[in-house]
Design a protein around this ligand. Structure first.
Ligand SMILES: [Zn+2]
Length: 254
């Protein structure tokens, strides 16, 4: 029994010091990393997919090796390094690996398997639901406001009201938006047209302020400004007009 306990303790301590554990699953399982999809290693091993990322991420080769678990011994080196050098480089490489994984992630989620992985998360409401009451709990999609590293944190797009929201959990609000990218919601909705149709045909209600049963005039300070933004066609005629005007530029310019 005591041996068993001792063994277990050994196991625990070796786990803490980083015994062999695949980098990608452990990175995605980390608290606060719930929005990330797991990228298959074949995707990362393909140089074409990683084009130009070496220019954006320092220590590119070491970072990629860490992500692909090609450097499993570096933990021990870091711990037992006498001059402290390995520990510093380890944390730098770890940071670079997180950036590299994020930038590759933005590319992966636009591929067919990436979109499928994202759809599974979307179905599970992994990104949360729209806080707007009239959206009826529509699932949200992660969206970047910039494709450059370190510019804008991730925001969530609601396909129903077409608006952006701050993630409900603080741990998600500071994730870099470029790890999902600016094109993600648009590509996702194009790839799953059934979702676009479902959202488009859904009656969109919007709230307008009423006082003792009377609607407040739009021009009032508290009026329903921009209500048109959330309006959708309701009759067949309006749908026809909508279909025509959506892709047509006005012919008379001057
Ligand atoms: Zn919404």
């Amino acid at each position: 029994m005591s041996e068993y306990i001792a063994d277990r303790n050994d196991d625990d301590s070796s786990e803490d010091s980083g015994s062999y554990e695949e980098w990608i699953p452990s990175f995605c399982a980390r608290f606060g990393h719930e929005y990330y999809c797991q990228i298959p290693s074949e995707f990362l091993e393909d140089d074409f997919n990683m084009t130009a990322l070496a220019l954006e991420v320092p220590l590119y080769r070491q970072a990629l090796d860490l992500i692909l678990d090609l450097e499993a011994v570096s933990d021990d080196e870091a711990e037992h390094g006498e001059n402290g050098q390995p520990e510093v480089s380890r944390s730098l490489v770890e940071h670079a690996a997180e950036q590299l994984y994020g930038l590759a992630h933005a590319r992966y989620v636009l591929t067919r398997p990436g979109l499928q992985a994202l759809a599974e998360k979307f179905d599970r409401r992994a990104f949360g639901t729209c806080p707007r009451y009239h959206c009826g709990g529509m699932q949200l999609l992660p969206c970047g406001l910039s494709d450059t590293l370190g510019r804008q944190p991730v925001r969530l797009y609601c396909a129903c009201c077409g608006d952006l929201y701050v993630p409900a959990q603080a741990r998600h609000a500071q994730l870099d938006g470029c790890f999902w990218g600016t094109s993600l919601p648009g590509v996702f909705l194009q790839h799953f047209p059934e979702l676009g149709e479902y959202v488009g045909k859904r009656p969109v209600q919007s709230y307008s302020l009423r006082v003792f049963g009377f609607g407040v005039n739009e021009r009032a300070v508290s009026g329903a400004r921009m209500a048109w933004l959330r309006q959708r066609p309701s009759t067949e005629e309006e749908w026809e007009e909508y279909a025509k005007c959506e892709y047509e530029m006005p012919t008379e310019v001057s």
